[in-house]
Structure formats: structure tokens, C-alpha cells
Design a protein around this ligand. Structure first.
Ligand code: AMP
Ligand code: GLY
Length: 423
């Protein structure tokens, strides 16, 4: 069986390494992949959003199964295009991917179906948004979100009225996030620990994976700018069995049923970004895909074969399979380029990796996020460069192993958070 994984970051590397455990698979392609992924798959230089070139490649190479991992190809209908040609895929169709690509859509779904989330209003022009802020007696901070995809940066937390008006201006008038800011959501600020729950769903059945905790800020102490994620632990210590039960009943199942009822059943990995408030768990965001770097901490704990689960999702057969997890803890520490998430330089040699892009350290895996392979040398090529993941019998053990492995790696400007798992 020939499989193609679309994307080229740490998440895709984690998916590919998991798929490699399946012996039905004879060949894995990645498009575009990266330097480290080259050691586990054949990388093809096609952009993840190039639907025409991708479909052409899939048909010419008789690929049997395609995993569409990133949000952008999902949001423009990569799965729709491939399925039209009879190709089996893992990932939601464009209409279902709106649950991530349009916050106005997802907030309205939550309102209509009574799924707990922050109270909100949506706006399609700056004047009425400003009028709302000027007349509103609501409490600060106030959260202002661009409707569309914005690399996780489209959320502004305004501490007062002036900041709120500036945020509306920058998103809707100056178009800081391009067309993603044509519409906005203004919502209540929630407080509490954040939990990520990734789930497999075939549109009818939803099976949550092990919970996790991302660390979104760039610097120790949850300081600095928001990033795509600087590290993860799994399971999330705040997510008790009792809370899991509440989430299944009030959030997970209602969301799957809502999408089905709206005529856009969600098939693939649905990411629930939750906040555990004192009034119960609420949805902060949905993503239509595996989290990055959450996948790098959660997938190493998966015991059941990933391809088997993915095919069950595609075939709407998820109710008939059992998903097992290792009774372990997991940690992932992201090594980033100096300057990330703003401007950074690339092209620096990475020291400490062996010829396969790995390190020999038991229970530890290196996932490549932004690397290139030139003349058999790994170079940095992105903001997030590597994710070092480890599993162990306790969270401390997993963290110790991950940080011990981090000590073996060096590149110019490298930085990472030293407090993963302490929040
Ligand atoms: P999002 O892009 O929706 O995931 O938001 C990015 C981050 O902003 C979240 O992980 C939260 O930390 C924060 N955030 C988003 N919405 C809210 C909210 N309503 N209240 C408090 N924090 C929020
Ligand atoms: N780590 C957050 C995300 O994947 O959106």
C-alpha cells in the first residue's frame, strides 16, 4: 500500500513515524516533507496547497491513501478534490474544515447547539464592531479574533476600550491578517487551565485521544509572544476522568452531531481546544487536524496501529475498533530558531544528530519540524526546528529524558523553554 502524507512539519513527521509501524504500507511519500522526514519517507516537492499538482501526483503514482495533515489544504478542499478522483483520504472535507477556518461558523454552531463556549458577537464591518465596543459595558479583558486562519496569531486580548478599538482597526481596516480579518468575533475572556483533546471521528462516532497540554508562549513562565507551540505534555494533569465525562457529554458528542445535522459531517482528527473554567469546560477553539506539537507527544503513546484507525475513520467504521494507549507519560520540547515567532535566520548546521537525524537515547524520538538536508548535513530551515519527545513511567521521567536529549543538540541561535510540564 502506498501512502502520501501532505505537510512538512513536526506533526507530519510524527504521523509518518507512526504509520511506519504498519507492515501493509510499502511506501510513504511526503509532500513537501522536510530534511528529517527524508529519512522516513520519499519527499516530493509539491506545495501542500497545490491541489492540481497533488492530485496529479497521487493519480500518476497510484497512491492508495492520503493523509491531509495541515489546516490550509483542508480549508481549500484538498480532500474534496482527491475524493472526487476516487482517492481515499484522512481529513475533513472543505465544508467540515470550516470548523477551524471560520471562527464565525464555529461560534454560531456552538450557539445553535448549546455547546459551552465564551459569550460572543460577530461582526462583518469595523463600524458596527467599534460601536459595540463603545456602547458595551462588558468587562475587560475582551477577546478579539479574526474569523479566518492566521497561523494561531489572529487573537488579540484587549485590556481596555482603546486596545479593543485598535485591535478592530488593525484586523478589519489595516488587514493585519489579510482576508482572515474580513469578519471578526468579539468574545468574553475566559480563565482556567487549557487542555487539548485530539479526537478521531468518522462523523458518527468520536473517540478522544489522550489529553495534552500545549505551551503556546515563546518564553519560560508563559511569557513572550504566542507561538505555534513550544512544548507539550500528555496526559494533561488538569483533565480528570470526571471532566472527561462532562466534555464527552456536553462538547464532543454534541459537536459531532451538530456537524452531521448541518450537512457537513466531520471525518478525521478533530482538535478540541478547551478551557476548564470555574463554570465548567468550555471550547476556546476547534481545529480540523492534529495539533502541532500535540501530535508529537500524543502519537508516541498510541498502541493501536494508526493506519488501522485512520482507515476506520475513512470507512465510517470507528465504532467497531478499539483504540489502546500505552500506560505512560509523554513530553515534547520544541527547539526553535532565535527570533521565532518573529524574524529568524535559517541555514545553520544542527549538531548532535546522527546520519538518520536521530539521537541514540532510549525512549526518545526526534521529530523534524523545520530542517533541510544538504550534503548529508541537517540545517535549520524554519522557526520551529526540532521536537524532542520522550515517554516514560512518570511525567518527570519523560521530561528528564527529553531534556537530557535536548542537551545533546546544538545550533546557532537555538532556544527552547526550560519549564515544559511545570504549568
Ligand atoms: P485560538 O487561536 O482561538 O486558539 O486562541 C489562541 C490563544 O488565545 C488560546 O490558546 C488562549 O490562550 C487565548 N484565548 C483565546 N480565546 C480566549 C478567551 N475567550 N479567553 C481567554 N483566552 C483566550
Ligand atoms: N499547537 C496548537 C495547534 O496546533 O493549533
Amino acid at each position: 500500500m502506498k501512502v502520501l502524507v501532505i505537510g512538512g512539519g513536526g506533526r507530519e513527521h510524527a504521523i509518518i513515524k507512526s504509520l511506519k509501524n504498519n507492515n501493509k504500507i510499502t511506501k510513504i511519500f511526503a509532500a513537501p516533507g522536510n530534511g528529517g522526514i527524508e529519512k522516513d519517507a520519499e519527499c516530493v516537492s509539491i506545495k501542500a496547497v497545490d491541489i492540481l499538482a497533488m492530485t496529479d501526483f497521487v493519480l500518476k503514482n497510484a497512491i492508495d491513501y492520503v493523509v491531509v495533515a495541515p489546516d490550509d489544504p483542508l480549508s481549500i478542499g484538498m480532500v474534496d478534490a482527491l475524493e472526487e478522483k476516487g482517492v481515499r483520504c484522512f481529513g475533513p472535507k472543505m465544508a467540515a474544515a470550516r470548523i477551524e477556518s471560520s471562527k464565525v461558523f464555529s461560534k454560531n454552531i456552538m450557539k445553535k447547539y448549546g455547546i459551552p463556549t465564551a459569550a460572543f458577537e460577530t461582526f462583518s464591518d469595523a463600524d458596527s464592531a467599534c460601536e459595540f465596543v463603545n456602547s458595551n459595558k462588558s468587562l475587560y479583558p475582551l477577546v478579539i479574533k479574526a474569523d479566518g486562519l492566521a497561523l494561531g496569531k489572529g487573537v488579540i486580548i484587549a485590556e481596555n476600550k482603546n486596545e479593543a478599538l485598535d485591535a478592530i482597526d488593525s484586523i478589519m481596516k489595516e488587514k493585519k491578517f489579510g482576508n482572515s480579518g474580513s469578519n471578526i468575533v468579539i468574545e468574553e475572556f475566559l480563565e482556567g487551565p487549557e487542555v487539548t483533546v485530539l479526537s478521531f471521528t468518522d462523523g458518527e462516532t468520536v473517540i478522544p485521544m489522550i489529553s495534552s497540554m500545549d505551551h503556546k508562549r515563546a518564553l519560560d513562565g508563559n511569557k513572550g509572544l504566542n507561538t505555534g507551540g513550544m512544548g507539550v505534555i500528555a496526559p494533561n494533569p488538569h483533565y480528570t476522568k470526571e471532566i472527561a465525562g462532562i466534555c464527552e457529554k456536553t462538547i464532543f458528542l454534541p459537536t459531532i452531531n451538530a456537524m452531521k445535522n448541518e450537512g457537513c459531517p466531520f471525518k478525521g482528527c478533530l482538535y478540541f481546544g478547551l478551557m476548564l473554567t470555574k463554570n465548567g469546560p468550555k471550547v476556546i477553539e476547534y481545529n480540523s487536524r492534529f495539533g502541532d506539537p500535540e501530535a508529537q507527544a500524543v502519537l508516541p503513546l498510541l498502541e493501536t496501529d494508526l493506519l488501522k484507525i485512520m482507515e476506520a475513520v475513512t470507512d465510517k467504521n470507528l465504532a467497531n475498533i478499539e483504540i489502546k494507549w500505552k500506560n505512560n507519560f509523554s513530553a515534547c520540547v520544541v527547539l526553535a530558531s532565535g527570533g521565532y515567532p518573529e524574524i529568524y535566520e535559517t541555514g545553520f548546521p544542527i549538531n548532535g544528530l546522527n546520519a538518520n537525524g536521530c539521537i541514540e537515547s532510549e525512549g526518545t524520538v526526534v521529530y523534524h519540524a523545520g530542517t533541510a538536508l544538504k550534503n548529508r548535513e541537517f540545517l535549520t530551515s524554519g522557526g520551529r526546528v526540532l521536537g524532542i519527545s520522550a515517554i516514560g513511567p512518570s511525567l518527570q521521567n519523560a521530561l528528564d529524558k527529553a531534556y537530557k536529549a535536548v542537551d545533546l543538540i546544538k545550533f546557532k541561535g537555538m532556544f527552547y523553554r526550560k519549564d515544559i510540564g511545570r504549568y
